[in-house]
Design a binder for this molecule. Structure first.
Ligand SMILES: [Zn+2]
Length: 256
């Protein structure tokens, strides 16, 4: 991989494969176009879809943003929402894997090693929706003393980090959503356990340290880390090995 263009090509490749729920002949815009416009909102740090559209349409209809992402037609925000809303977030997970695998293969990840040659993976939860009114069946809730309720969506967003490096390499997220059959709300710790189960083997290199706040210092999570370490490793999603993980938090370190 040689930089930005190839990363965008990986994104374009995955977006082109997104499921398209349209059944009629109104296919002026492709799923890839919709995905690229949505991505550009965040990449260009636009304040809104409208600002992103303007950025992509400026300069005689062919802007820097449009050139950057090699977009075709530029759909409106309503088109983008109607095309992308039915798509499961996991449809984009291959982007994380493909970029991570390319960085690993080209030795980029080696530059992220730090003390003792360990790879640092930072785990943290973040809210990406919060409202007292707008909510859905996948919302988590927080009840306040005055009886009001805040509805929110959140996720664990693990990243590979290293001291002195401003870049971080994003790994697959794990969403904090109500789980089938669970009596209680989902929580960050349970999401982190699921993330480990789903991604531990893929991310494990044999010398890895998980970083987290005090939530991650509790015994059940530390046990999960150590049991994952006994059955995970290697850069594929299928193989096994036996090297160790370390989990570390400011409050308490749990090491093997
Ligand atoms: Zn919701």
């Amino acid at each position: 991989m040689e930089g930005f263009d190839q990363i965008i090509d990986e994104l374009r490749h995955t977006l082109a494969l997104l499921p398209d729920k349209r059944t009629g002949s109104n296919t002026q815009y492709s799923m890839q176009d919709a995905g690229l416009v949505a991505f550009s909102v965040f990449f260009m740090q636009n304040s809104s879809f409208l600002a992103a559209q303007r950025a992509m349409q400026e300069s005689k209809g062919r802007s820097n943003a449009g050139t950057l992402f090699k977009t075709g037609a530029i759909p409106t925000d309503n088109h983008v929402r109607s095309l992308l809303d039915p798509v499961e977030p996991k449809a984009l997970f291959p982007v994380y894997d493909r970029i991570h695998a390319a960085m690993r293969a080209q030795g980029v990840l080696d530059g992220f090693r730090c003390v003792g040659g360990t790879q640092l993976i930072a785990l943290d939860g973040t809210w990406h929706h919060s409202s007292s009114k707008v909510h859905c069946k996948n919302c988590s809730t927080r009840q306040h003393k005055n009886g009001s309720i805040t509805y929110h969506h959140s996720a664990i967003t693990p990243v590979v980090v290293a001291p002195g490096r401003s870049q971080a390499i994003a790994l697959r997220p794990e969403f904090i959503v109500p789980q089938d059959g669970a009596g209680k709300q989902d929580c960050e710790t349970n999401a982190a356990k699921r993330w480990l189960a789903a991604n531990g083997a893929f991310c494990h290199t044999g010398n890895d340290t998980l970083l987290g706040d005090d939530l991650y210092s509790r015994q059940p999570f530390c046990r999960k880390v150590t049991t994952t370490s006994s059955s995970s490793a290697s850069p594929t999603r299928t193989s096994t090995s036996t090297n160790g993980w370390t989990s570390s938090s400011p409050a308490q370190a749990c090491t093997r």
